[in-house]
Write a protein that binds this ligand. Sequence first.
Ligand code: FB9
Length: 487
Amino acid sequence: MEEEAILSYLESHEEIADSGQFAAERGLDHDKVVNVIKSLHGYRYIDVQDIKRETWVLTEEGHTYAVAGSPEMQLFLAIPPEGISREELQKKLDPAIFKIGSSQAAKNKWLDMGKQISRKVQHAEDRVKNVLVQIKDGKDPEAEDVKALKTRKLIAPQIWKGYSVKKGPNYAPKRKKVATDLTRENMQRGDWKDLEFKEYNFCAKGQPAEGGHLHPLLKVSQQLKMIFLQMGFEEMPTNNFVESSFWNFDALFQPQQHPARDSHDTFFLRAPSTIKQLPEDYVERVKEIHESGGYGSRGYAYEWRRDEANKNLLRTHTTAVSSQMLYLLARNPFQSKKYFSIDRVFRNEAVDRTHLAEFHQIEGLVCDRGLTLGDLIGVLHDFFSRLGMSNLRFKPAYNPYTEPSMEIFSYHEGFKKWVEIGNSGMFRPEMLRPMGLPEDVRVIAWGLSLERPTMILYGIDNIRDLFGHKVDLGLIKRNPICRLGIA
Ligand code: FB9
């Protein structure tokens, strides 16, 4: 109907100036007319021009008054000629109607608002309602009415969008059925000769290729793995979140009364609560080094308890895997090694904008004869320069399992400040010698998180927006590729 109306109108008229008026004059639904216009335009039967104009629509409150009358009129009509008391009148009306109605009626000087409320005029015209009804019927209101109704939030502005329409290159009074496919039947019937085929729209957007999307953390992690592999490092097997206190703490020469070892910082397991099997001879040597030292160390001089070491926990750092890899290394004739790990660690910490109870730790270590702190600083410069961070500073720090230890800082051009980008150190002989590694073997190591660089690179302010059940899948679907180290 809409199509026939438009095409036949253009048969005898140059253009349809305003699709809105055109629809109203023919009692057609403008939205349907617009859809037909878009389709006819698609087949170039017509050419169109957008026309926009600001109109007014009634707010929800405006709608109620257009039906029930304005509050001031409802109040006016509720006052009997002989007047009424305020209490009586309030009982007759909804509190909001009474409140708005009395202030508006007073403004219109319709009432005497004393103890007794009485009419000041015989008749009053409900201009508000009339104008609201006008607007509802699509008529344009007077400017001063617009101002009043807008202030009372009874109407709101709306952009009305329509079209002016002219004949297009393929114009015809009746739409020809265009074929969008040449079928076997067309060939058999031979009617393909008279068929008109729809033009190919080479600008049409193809079906969006749905596919999997990598979480930003995985993109950064992949880049980091590439960097480690390019630097000749091997990945350590970190596919076990549950660890024994022995490998997570004791093997690292972390004393059993160290604060990190109590349940305020560490998630211990109820089941399985204890480790089944540990290399007994090595455990003896660890007990020894904790209790009375050795290899030049005087140890911690406390009674080391096996049951404490047996406790299972969720690893607090991937260094728990480094300890096992170095122990395995010591069991064979020594060969230098470069290891890395990137995986989840768990800490029973207060959750805040940048901390959750779990994060991904990145760790690198180099194990070789005669390594020095200089080698550590060198490999840190090499590693972080590949992350685009070459302006580094090192600050002495403390870790139970490394001496000396250094916090690593990089000057962040964007933030115009020094950012702490990790921690590092040389594993203590009290950790390495009981494993059986030769006296001159040194192990330099460093660690950082995966979340911090990812938050900074992707401009994510709160870690909950990056990791966890509150992550907006849109972020996963629409985040840019990770170009580490490439400005
Ligand atoms: O990641 C951290 N900071 C960081 C790293 C990269 C980065 O890149 C940006 C693109 C530019 C930005 C920031 N940090 C380590 C430093 C801080 O965020 C720190 O407040 C929080 N740390 C975590 C631990 O929180 C309790 C980050 C995490 C961390 C700290 C230390 C280690 C690992 C992770 C370690 C270690 C280590 C030391 C010696 C031997 C072996 C391992």
